[in-house]
Design a protein. Structure first.
Length: 283
């Protein structure tokens, strides 16, 4: 057995190679979190939920619509939680952020960009299930208010697919853009983020504009965009883009479908109502 000195073996024998530090860091980052996230404190979770409910009522003037948006928020985030737990990021937790929305947080980073894409799209896709009770009650009671609640659920999920940081769309489409060129994600997403801020200001959605503005600034300040575990493969990039577009189409179709009973089944008026949500249609 050799005795190691500061410059290697004293007896001339070769010492064992040092394990790769990067591999060790990778394993530690993805397999065992340093400290498990206990989640939001129950008291603060209740307070945050009540504040969020009151804020939504203030914006919409309807407890039914406010309740729909809040319920849709929980279902949306639970979709992320299910996906995180499925790909080994769990146990994931849900946080309610007063006046802004919700956040699903895993215990670990995703093991690949593909897993990250799946997690980001799981929220909007699963979140559409929250529409079911509101559509059912709206049709049974012939209540426009309940149908509008379902519409808002669909539109919130669609809005989350906007490819602007930190919305789900940026996390799903960003890796696809990086596959084309490492800098393309930064240029495109920051451009879209800037346009989203301008849209929020020009249409009077000032809270959303401030939220997106702070998020874009945070991404610029952070500097690092892609994780160290590599890019999507080209087949994964193709599947990611297809899933992103499919999720967006389904969300848009669900929103229009919720409005059809209000327009007598006419698609064009329902489509125009949907555009007005984004401030794009006529008054």
């Amino acid at each position: 057995m050799s005795v190691e000195g500061p410059w290697g073996s004293r007896d001339g024998s070769k010492s064992a190679p040092e394990p790769a530090r990067e591999a060790t860091r990778y394993s530690a980052r993805h397999e065992a979190p340093s400290q498990e996230d206990k989640g939001q404190h129950p008291v603060w979770a209740v307070v945050s939920t009540l504040l969020m409910a009151g804020f939504l009522w203030f914006l919409t003037g309807s407890w039914v619509v406010a309740g729909a948006v809040l319920f849709g928020l929980f279902v949306h985030e639970y979709g992320h939680v299910l996906a995180m737990n499925r790909v080994g990021m769990g146990p994931a937790r849900i946080y309610i952020i007063p006046f802004l929305g919700g956040l699903a947080k895993g215990q670990r980073e995703p093991k690949s960009e593909w897993h990250g894409v799946l997690v980001s799209l799981a929220g909007p896709a699963f979140g559409l299930l929250a529409m079911i009770p509101f559509v059912a009650v709206g049709l049974a009671m012939k209540s426009p208010e309940w149908l509008m609640g379902a519409f808002f659920i669909a539109m919130i999920n669609l809005l989350n697919l906007l490819p602007a940081p930190p919305l789900d769309g940026s996390k799903a489409l960003g890796p696809v853009l990086t596959r084309v060129h490492p800098r393309l994600e930064q240029v495109v997403l920051l451009l879209i983020g800037g346009l989203a801020v301008w849209w929020g200001v020009s249409t009077g959605r000032f809270i959303l504009a401030v939220f997106l503005g702070l998020a874009v600034f945070g991404h610029l300040k952070r500097g690092v965009w892609r994780a160290a575990w590599g890019q999507l493969s080209w087949p994964e990039a193709g599947r990611s883009l297809a899933l992103y577009l499919l999720t967006a189409v389904v969300c848009a179709a669900a929103a229009i479908g919720a409005l059809l009973p209000l327009t007598g089944g006419a698609v064009e008026p329902a489509f125009e109502m949907g555009l007005r949500f984004f401030g794009l249609g006529g008054r």
